[in-house]
Every structure is written in structure tokens, then in C-alpha cells.
Design a protein around this ligand. Structure first.
Ligand SMILES: [Zn+2]
Length: 93
């Protein structure tokens, strides 16, 4: 449920309103003066990014750092399986 903020045009007080659903009312009763002369204001939005979008937003230099770090490990060597493998016909014996 989103929380909307309303600014009172009479006393400038800001009133928060927890709204069920996503249809924000045009105005709410001002908590300070009780007036109805309020308008919804766009408030700062706090939201959590998924890990996936956080990773996508990382600087591309980070990708290159990861690539170069992974390239220096033994897993990056394409011949690593050849060293430990034996021919198929030898495996049957
Ligand atoms: Zn007011």
C-alpha cells in the first residue's frame, strides 16, 4: 500500500495518507487545521532494487575487473580437462 503526501494550501502542513490500492484521492483532510484544501505532492520515493538490477547498474569497469580476475584462475584454462582425461577406448579397459 503506497503512502501519499498532501500539502495543505492553507497552513502548509504536510499530511501522510496510507492508501489502499493505487488510486490516490485528490485531497485529504489536513491533519493540522482540518481543512480540505490539500494537494498531493510527489514525495521522495524509497524503493529497493533487486539484486539483478543492482548488478546491471554496476559500472562496466567492474565487469572487466571480474573478467580479468576470473581469467587468471585455473578454471579459465580451456585445456584443464584435457590434462586429466583419458581416451575413450582406454576407459573401457
Ligand atoms: Zn492545513
Amino acid at each position: 500500500m503506497p503512502i501519499y503526501e498532501y500539502r495543505c494550501q492553507d497552513c502548509r502542513h504536510k499530511t501522510d495518507k496510507l492508501v489502499r490500492g493505487f488510486d490516490a484521492p485528490e485531497s485529504v483532510e489536513c491533519r493540522a487545521c482540518g481543512g480540505e484544501n490539500t494537494h498531493r505532492v510527489i514525495s521522495r520515493v524509497a524503493f529497493h532494487k533487486s539484486l539483478g538490477s543492482q548488478l546491471q547498474d554496476l559500472d562496466s569497469r567492474y565487469d572487466r575487473m571480474v573478467d580479468s580476475a576470473a581469467a587468471s584462475t585455473s578454471d579459465a584454462d580451456p585445456n584443464r580437462f584435457l590434462d586429466s582425461s583419458i581416451p575413450l577406448d582406454a576407459a573401457d579397459r
